[in-house]
Unconditional design. Structure first.
Length: 432
């Protein structure tokens, strides 16, 4: 058994009213608990319930097997709203709130009635909170990216290995219908031997960088200095999964470049006036940051990040090339070409292959997922998070989280060094 100890299983069976024979009661309780693990209540604490945490709270509440006994946020307004949301959804008492100071989440972590915590605070807080959660023996899920520095990546890996406590990075872009369908096709060898892939996060968020009074939000502070590919995991995560990174191939070296920074300043001038304080802020991070990653197995991955240039919203753009064919997604158009299956030299709409290759997740639960945000990715990322808590086997583990997250600090260092090549660590090698 994984999460449930024999004693817990016995307690669970008694409290659940499972009928036990006089002899072999514990064994039966264990068996009952194992066979009914899907119906066991999962108790999850939330840390950080701003925009994203609240979105994920709503998705989590759609799973009836989850209880939310505790919520932490230093913003009391956000905390109160989240507490009310849970009380309304579950028709019971409000979860206990924690908002005393920036470290009050540690009091939440010290509770003994939580199976897991979900962390959706600003990105620079994730690693410390996850490490603290692991030390408190709570399975942790965090928003993306998991870490801001290479040192934090190693700390995450080390904490996992020392505490033997699980962690899942909640990378929802892995779960959209097209990304999962491509995964299914890759698994069936449809594209042949993979050679090249692109992943990009191009999503204009300039207005999210400023409070109403023009002061900077954490997203504004994020681009004050040259920080490279600030938000790498949506872009590189799907491509790494398709290429079997950390299983059959490993990231090796990256080289990064950037453009000048113009668009956020332009926005500040237009929104707040040329003489305003926001217009005087010097945003150093280039509008477009890009890197090329070479894998040990001889593949290339191109990663692009642009959250400043004006353009309509839409999911990131991805592509994949193999020896047998390719996938291309751009401006919402998704095309496929497979040698031997497609007409010679003709692109096909991806949907023409849907019946044959749709991923089982989407074929079976696509309708339910599509009701949720990020193209349904939010539904499946939470569904997999719950399964990861139950089994202790993470759907997106510390090694993937560290590998995908380290693209930010390494791209920054490469750019600062005149696009110098940076070695990408293999986090499965022993943590130092
Ligand atoms: N996966 C996705 O699609 C997706 C989408 C949006 C945001 N995100 C990520 O989610 C995270 C949160 O983003 P957001 O948009 O919700 O930001 P936000 O600013 O709206 O929310 C962050 C919340 O964390 C709280 N907080 C800050 N410090 C805290 C502390 N020490 N203890 C407890 N609470 C604290 C804030 O008060 C706020 O309520 C970020 O890492 C962001 O990158 C991911």
């Amino acid at each position: 058994m994984n999460e449930l100890s024999r004693r817990d299983a016995f307690k669970w069976a008694i409290s659940s009213g499972v009928a036990l024979a006089m002899s072999g009661a514990v064994g039966q309780a264990v068996k009952a608990a194992e066979t009914s693990k899907d119906s066991k209540k999962l108790r999850i604490g939330f840390i950080g319930v701003g925009g994203r945490g609240t979105e994920l709270l709503k998705v989590t509440l759609a799973f009836p097997e989850v209880d939310i006994p505790a919520i932490c946020d230093i913003n009391e307004d956000h905390l109160n709203k989240a507490q009310d949301l849970v009380a309304k959804a579950r028709g019971g008492a409000k979860p206990e709130g924690y908002s005393k100071d920036a470290h009050d989440y540690r009091r939440l972590l010290s509770r003994d009635d939580l199976d897991a915590v979900l962390i959706a605070t600003p990105q620079e807080l994730h690693a410390e909170m996850v490490v603290d959660a692991m030390k408190a023996k709570k399975f942790a899920g965090s928003e993306v990216p998991a870490c801001e520095t290479v040192d934090e990546c190693w700390k995450l890996v080390k904490a996992h290995e020392e505490t033997k406590t699980g962690y899942m990075m909640l990378e929802n872009y892995l779960y959209s219908q097209p990304v999962m369908m491509v995964q299914n096709m890759v698994d069936q060898g449809v594209f042949g031997d993979l050679t090249y892939g692109t992943g990009s996060y191009i999503h204009e968020i300039r207005k999210m960088r400023f409070e109403k009074d023009g002061s900077l939000t954490w997203r504004g502070e994020n681009i004050l200095h040259n920080r490279g590919i600030v938000y790498p995991t949506h872009a590189i995560g799907p491509v790494c999964r398709w290429m079997g990174i950390n299983k059959t191939d490993w990231l090796d070296t990256l080289v990064a470049m950037d453009t000048k920074a113009v668009s956020t300043h332009k926005y500040a001038v237009e929104k707040f006036g040329a003489d305003s304080n926001p217009a005087k802020v010097n945003f150093e991070n280039g509008d477009n940051n890009q890197c090329l990653v070479r894998t040990k197995g001889g593949r290339l991955i191109e990663v692009r990040y642009d959250t400043s240039s004006p353009r309509p919203p839409g999911m990131g753009e991805y592509s994949l090339q193999g020896s047998q064919g390719c996938f291309l997604s751009c401006f919402g158009e998704r095309k496929i070409y497979i040698e031997g299956q497609s007409k010679p030299e003709k692109w096909q709409d991806m949907d023409e292959y849907k019946e044959k290759y749709n991923h089982p997740y989407w074929a079976q639960r696509g309708e339910e997922a599509a009701k949720r945000g990020h193209g349904g990715g939010d539904y499946f990322v939470i569904s997999d998070f719950l399964d990861s808590i139950r089994t202790g086997k993470s759907a997106i583990d510390v090694y993937d989280a560290a590998t995908w997250s380290c693209i930010r600090p390494l791209s920054e260092e490469s750019i600062r060094g005149g696009s110098k090549p940076m070695k990408i660590p293999n986090f499965k090698e022993k943590a130092t």
